[in-house]
Write a protein that binds this ligand. Structure first.
Ligand SMILES: Cc1cc2nc3c(=O)[nH]c(=O)nc-3n(C[C@H](O)[C@H](O)[C@H](O)COP(=O)(O)OP(=O)(O)OC[C@H]3O[C@@H](n4cnc5c(N)ncnc54)[C@H](O)[C@@H]3O)c2cc1C
Length: 505
């Protein structure tokens, strides 16, 4: 009965506090895809008294398309992964905008540091074995990806090349390429950290739909109805405050009235009835313990610890001229001897387990619409240290590697511009995307997303963001779904308070 009474007051409260500066019924923390999705859903449903606090001086979060060379490059998300049941793809289909993405090509051949040629047929066979393993669902419960894939790979290459020592050795060396590709999918720093059987559900169809010229950020414009031009843009710009790093979120679980106080690093503070918290799992791992007062519930703290967050690194190089031919990427395989000995040839660290960081460089991609730009991928244990390595060392290591693998085939000039990601070192991200670690359990993500409630059962602090998506974590579609999920809870609460609260009751 009491709940019904409170719920009747909700719409009143909604208007009552809206006129007071720094008080908003709904504050969204973070303007990445989850935060933007939540805000746009609320606006579309007539709930416009909202505020978004974003720590960075830009919106987009881990969607970060920025001008480099002739067009934009994506420092973060760059592909729409799949079509069936993918909210990103579905939006493009609904709006007749599928031309904004195109399929990425993958070369089925490898370059080896020893420059030895083993033949295209062999390389393609090797590539097929790897792709089969990446698609395989044969792993057992609680095996790490590294253990499961390593076992399958060794079995396959022994069956296929067991009687040819040279090919077998090459195939063994190539397992490191598989390891790095796996880590770029998982986002983990080691392929032994992530679980092979997870709750992730792949959206069927093309997994690598690459955004054309403008980059992934155009999808945010689509969400905000700023694109295509001529649509009716949602009134969101004046609701976003940039460079507003939230440091504390305070509330009183015993109070019957929804009230959350938010403190920011610049000394400002805000009050809300409802908060939607969207910063990454990396942020929660580093600061979740002290950011929330009172401390987050134990189940949520356990989930924050157990779900994994790693990092991948992208380095974009711009050249005065295009020096490659019609390749779409170079897949690099370090010969086992080179892997051990290259530290004597290229002497600038960081080192990982006695190996040079350049041995963690495994793929160099061409960007179709940016003809003078190469994208270098680096994954694994070296990423945190490498993000803090000076640009001169980074560039000379990449140049050394390019010459080692390709110097006999191309005249490689020096790049004239470089752009590098720092997702792990940036305190507003602390990693690239989440993964299900070996210690995680199936209830961790439900615990992560569970809202905090007042003593009368009303939502007060809600959690969105890719890591809270049980089936599409690590992706933009997961982030968007989570933003919609939390907005829908609020829409239910504000638009249909009697119905919602009678259900709670
Ligand atoms: C290198 C890289 C490649 C990727 N590739 C792909 C891909 O190809 N396809 C794909 O689908 N996904 C990809 N992803 C993952 C995808 O980018 C993320 O899943 C998605 O962007 C997460 O969105 P989010 O809103 O949950 O979090 P975020 O994008 O991290 O947004 C959270 C926002 O909160 C802000 N914030 C953090 N702390 C605070 C604070 N204290 N106060 C206020 N604001 C704060 C952040 O600045 C950020 O803007 C990639 C990510 C990276 C890093």
């Amino acid at each position: 009965m009491y709940l019904r009474y409170v719920s009747l007051l909700f719409p009143l409260f909604f208007h009552e506090i809206s006129g007071i500066p720094n008080e908003k019924p709904i504050i969204i923390i973070g303007a990445g895809p989850a935060g933007i999705a939540a805000a746009t859903r609320l606006l579309e449903n007539g709930i416009d008294n909202i505020l978004i606090l974003e720590a960075e001086p830009r919106i987009g979060g881990r969607i970060y398309s920025t001008k480099f060379g002739d067009t934009n490059v994506d420092m973060g998300a760059m592909w729409c992964h799949g079509q069936e049941g993918n909210i990103v793809w579905e939006k493009l289909v609904d709006m007749n905008l599928t031309d904004l993405v195109r399929s990425t090509q993958h070369p089925r051949t490898f370059h080896i540091s020893s420059r030895k040629e083993l033949g295209k047929d062999f390389e393609q066979k090797l590539y097929d074995i790897m792709m089969e393993i990446l698609d395989s669902e044969q792993a057992e419960e609680n095996e790490s990806v590294g253990f499961a894939f390593g076992k399958m790979y060794n079995k396959s290459i022994t069956e296929q090349f067991g009687n040819d020592r040279e090919k077998l050795n090459y195939a063994r060396a190539a397992s490191k390429w598989l390891e790095h590709v796996t880590m770029s999918i998982e986002g983990s720093l080691s392929w032994y950290d992530s679980k092979s059987k997870t709750t992730y559900e792949e959206c069927g169809g093309n997994q690598h739909l690459n955004w054309r010229g403008p980059g992934y950020k155009i999808f945010l414009d689509i969400l905000m109805k700023k694109y295509p031009t001529g649509s009716n843009p949602l009134p969101i710009d004046d609701k976003i405050l940039l460079s507003k790093e939230v440091t504390k979120v305070l509330w009183n679980p015993a109070a019957t009235r929804n009230r959350v106080e938010i403190a920011c690093a610049d000394g400002s503070s805000y009050v809300a009835s409802h908060v939607v918290f969207t910063p990454s799992l990396g942020v929660l791992k580093e600061r979740g313990e002290e950011m929330f007062v009172p401390r987050l519930p134990e189940r949520k703290m356990i989930a924050i610890k157990r779900v994994g967050m790693g990092a991948v690194m992208k380095v974009f190089l711009h050249y005065p001229r295009r020096w490659w031919r019609d390749e779409v990427a170079f897949n690099l395989v370090w010969d086992e001897n080179d892997r051990k000995n290259v530290r004597n040839e290229f002497t600038q660290g960081p080192w990982m387990n006695g190996e040079s960081w350049i041995t963690r460089l495994y793929s160099i991609e061409m960007l179709e619409e940016n003809p003078k730009v190469l994208l270098v991928w680096i994954t694994g244990d070296v990423v945190p240290a490498l993000e803090n390595t000076d640009e001169k060392t980074l560039l000379s290591g990449i140049e050394f590697t390019l010459k080692k693998f390709l110097g006999h085939l191309y005249d490689i000039p020096k790049p004239d511009k470089v752009l590098r990601s720092n997702w792990y070192s940036n305190p507003h991200f602390r990693g690239s995307y989440s993964f299900q670690s070996l210690s995680s359990t199936d209830n961790n993500i439900p615990d992560l997303l569970e809202p905090l409630r007042t003593s009368n059962g009303s939502y007060i602090i809600q959690f969105a963001g890719e890591a809270t998506s049980p089936t599409h974590f690590s992706t933009v579609q997961g982030a968007v779904e989570s933003g919609y999920r939390e907005a829908d809870r609020l829409i239910g609460l504000y638009k249909y308070p009697l119905l919602i609260n009678s259900l709670v009751h």
